[in-house]
Ligand binder design. Structure first.
Ligand code: PRX
Length: 718
């Protein structure tokens, strides 16, 4: 492969003179459409890799499919089980036609995930190894915890939770930013068998209230405020509003434990409810730093995580203990080619599944050193990530395509500056400008030599972003693990194994061990060979979710009924002639904004809650940085005129009800929406209008009122 041998920095001595190459090679534009371009791992990388060849992968994969019980029980035996599982490693009914869907792994096995993350590793001699590095939003603010120190702190929180009456099976809501106390709280819950439900601290009070009402937690754990970038976010105010809201639905919260974060807000400025609120720092240090483990069944719940669906309220995805533990640990080890000397950084927030499986559980189960970063990736400038990489000698860096694209865009700005500088340089006017140029080379001014594996998750990574990540960030020597998976799957499903085979930029490549992806047509018939269709999974895997909290019927209807006999992912997928998988995005009414999953129905229901909004229809539209943007068609109640203030107010309503990340990028005034005679909104047409593909509207003759489309097009640019 040509690209493999390109050392991007050699192309830019002084940052000038090679701009055409930079454009073609670093930004990958020249090859962007050539999907067959193969990027191979270097021989040195493959030689040291956990899986070093396609043959080794094939052998392990074959065994995982032909003898799943043997394959997974061998791996599971590496963990501590107080009591081994019963006769069956896996007991499943994966086909709705045969009755209720049931997935059980290692049933009867008694274990504890926190014990396996901490005590087991300490017993193996890792007590003094750093478990968590913490890097604050402000450069210079940092900290670290060894495995032993982490265990002590986890035990103190666990003892406190027990003391306030939290028992095995009780829910605890966690609304914390990315500080060490977030994984500490998760592990403390796991230690005592409580079920944590982490809510991303970017969700609004209403979204938080909805989750509190649904799972009725014994306690809410939060922080008074946090700074991300320059912005302070008053988390405690949001929690107060949410607790008040859920009280109206009859769900009361008796304890709110608040971590005091003086960098963001003073104690005395924090609003307080006596009797309910308690400062973390006032109580936690008083508790003993040892705490006996609550041994639980492999099928006891570990956590609940709410995620968006195509309809209705968010779904409480429930993961259990044993299978999730074995699966996250194994996927982490192989997909990132983990070695004990690695320093690992995943930029995801623990409020999403990535932060559960690949900030907390997967890495700690492997005894890894994990970096937790509190701040924004571009604060104080777009070089912060690489500054952090150099500071901690990060060797595995896992992020989302949206971040790659935004950092790439900042790099673009630099490229234009270089063009300018080059001109200036030729004129020999001022060499100092070149020194300034070095400073703003956001990526290349840092060494990044410690990096050896890169990872991507959350949405399809476009080939040009892939190449920039590979060539510029990874200096054309770090394989990229483009991991396809979901909240529901618990861990990686389709992912490169970095040392094993050649990669194609933009393809998630092949299935992980034990995973049987199939592509089906509209009728649910499996299609072989080169094809496109709906991505489904045949048979269960240890990390699969077991139900939707309190709604097993919705679980079956959403995931197992669309194509009986399979788990339906909601994603479209193409398989190429070499068997590589190319994810093409959601095929349902879910949109993926900056890797955040948002149901169009949720945004619509927020919009129509505005008194002046009669109807709304939301679609996803391509966005240069976010992957997808939110495009909302809004019909106002009679005689209300369109106005800029109203547009802003509608956006604010969504921010308040869901969170800032769900704010529509565009409000398109719609006197009417295109509907069939039976009243169904034809989103296909709306998607085309939003994408300005006006000559691809297709057949509009079945619309109740075809004029509506004309009006919408006329109002496109208003
Ligand atoms: O559409 C797929 C996309 O993200 C969805 C899952 O979102 P969520 O449950 O929030 O989990 C995100 C982190 C695992 C999927 O249905 N997705 C995730 N990873 C990829 C992806 N699409 C393409 N390539 C990926 N690597």
């Amino acid at each position: 492969s040509y690209l493999r041998h390109v050392d991007s920095r050699k192309l830019m001595p002084n940052g000038a003179g090679h701009i055409p190459h930079l454009k073609a090679v670093i930004l990958g534009e020249a090859l962007a459409s050539e999907e067959d371009d193969l990027v191979l791992p270097s021989k040195e990388f493959s030689d040291q890799a956990n899986v070093h060849s396609p043959e080794q992968y094939m052998e392990m994969y074959k065994r995982s499919i032909e003898d799943p019980d043997g394959f997974w029980s061998e791996i599971a035996s590496q963990f501590y089980w107080k009591q081994k599982w019963g006769e069956k490693v896996c007991d499943e009914n994966f086909d709705v036609r045969d009755g209720k869907i049931k997935i059980e792994w290692f049933k009867g096995g008694i274990t504890n995930v926190c014990y396996n993350c901490l005590d087991r590793n300490i017993e193996a001699g890792l007590g003094d190894k750093v478990a968590l590095y913490w890097e604050g939003n402000e450069p210079g603010l940092d900290g670290s915890l060894t495995y032993s120190q982490l265990l002590n702190q986890v035990c103190q929180v666990a003892n406190y939770l027990k003391d306030i009456g939290v028992k095995k099976g009780d829910a605890v809501i966690v609304y914390l930013p990315m500080i060490n106390e977030l994984p500490i709280t998760m592990l403390a819950c796991a230690r005592i068998g409580a079920v944590h439900s982490v809510v991303f601290a970017g969700f609004s009070a209403e979204s938080l209230a909805q989750r509190i009402t649904d799972c009725k937690p014994k306690a809410v754990i939060t922080c008074n405020a946090v700074r991300r970038g320059t912005k302070p976010i008053l988390l405690k105010d949001i929690v107060d509003a949410a607790i008040n809201d859920s009280a109206k639905d009859g769900v009361s919260v008796d304890v709110c434990l608040v971590y005091d974060n003086p960098v963001a807000l003073k104690r005395e400025d924090t609003k307080w409810t006596q009797g309910r609120d308690i400062w973390w720092q006032d109580v936690i240090p008083k508790y003993p730093s040892t705490c006996p483990v609550e041994w639980v069944d492999a099928e006891d719940p570990l956590f609940l995580l709410y995620t968006s669906g195509s309809t209705g309220k968010p779904k409480g995805v429930l993961h259990t203990t044993g299978g999730y533990m074995v699966y996250t640990a194994t996927t982490f080890k192989y997909a990132f080619d983990y070695k004990p000397s690695d320093i690992y950084w995943c930029t995801a927030d623990c409020g999403w599944i990535t932060g559960h499986s690949y900030v907390t559980y997967g890495p700690l189960l492997n005894g890894a050193t994990v970096l937790v970063y509190e701040g924004a990736p571009n604060y104080p400038d777009a070089g912060r990530c690489w500054d952090i990489v150099d500071k901690y000698k990060v060797s595995i860096f896992y992020t989302a395509p949206t971040l790659v694209r935004s950092l790439m865009r900042d790099g673009e700005a630099v490229r234009y500056l270089y063009a300018l500088m080059f001109t200036v340089y030729l004129c020999e006017i001022d060499l100092r400008i070149n020194a300034f140029g070095f400073w703003i080379r956001y990526v290349t001014r840092y060494s990044r030599k410690s990096l050896r594996v890169l990872g991507s998750v959350g949405e399809p990574i476009n080939p040009s972003a892939w190449r920039w990540f590979y060539n510029v960030v990874g200096d054309s020597r770090c394989p990229i693990s483009d991991t396809w998976w979901q909240t529901e799957t618990g861990g990686f499903m389709i992912t490169p194994l970095p040392g094993a085979w050649a990669q194609k930029p933009g393809s998630a490549t092949f299935p992980f061990f034990g995973i049987q992806p199939v592509i089906v047509d509209e009728k649910g018939v499996e299609i072989d060979g080169e094809c496109s269709g709906y991505l489904c999974i045949k048979k269960s895997w240890p990390g699969a979710f077991r139900t939707l909290y309190g709604d097993h019927e919705r679980y079956e209807t959403t995931y197992f009924k669309p194509f009986a006999g399979y788990y339906f992912s909601g994603d479209g997928c193409r398989r190429d002639k070499d068997g590589y998988h190319w994810l093409t995005g959601r095929v349902d009414d879910v949109i993926n904004v900056s890797g955040h999953r948002i149901g169009t129905a949720e945004v619509e229901s927020a919009l129509v809650s505005h008194p002046q909004c009669a109807e709304a229809a939301v679609v996803g539209v391509e966005h240069e940085v976010k992957g997808q943007g939110i495009y909302a068609f809004v019909t106002l109640v009679d005689s209300v005129p369109y106005s800029e203030d109203l547009r802003k107010d509608l956006i604010l309503t969504v921010r308040k009800q869901i969170g800032a990340f769900a704010a529509p990028d565009k409000i398109h005034w719609a006197p009417g929406l295109p509907k069939t005679r039976s009243g169904k909104i034809m989103r296909r047409i709306l998607r085309k209008i939003a994408a300005r593909q006006l000559d691809e509207l297709g057949d509009t003759s079945t619309l109740a009122d075809p004029n509506v489309v004309k009006q919408l097009i006329e109002l496109s640019d208003s």
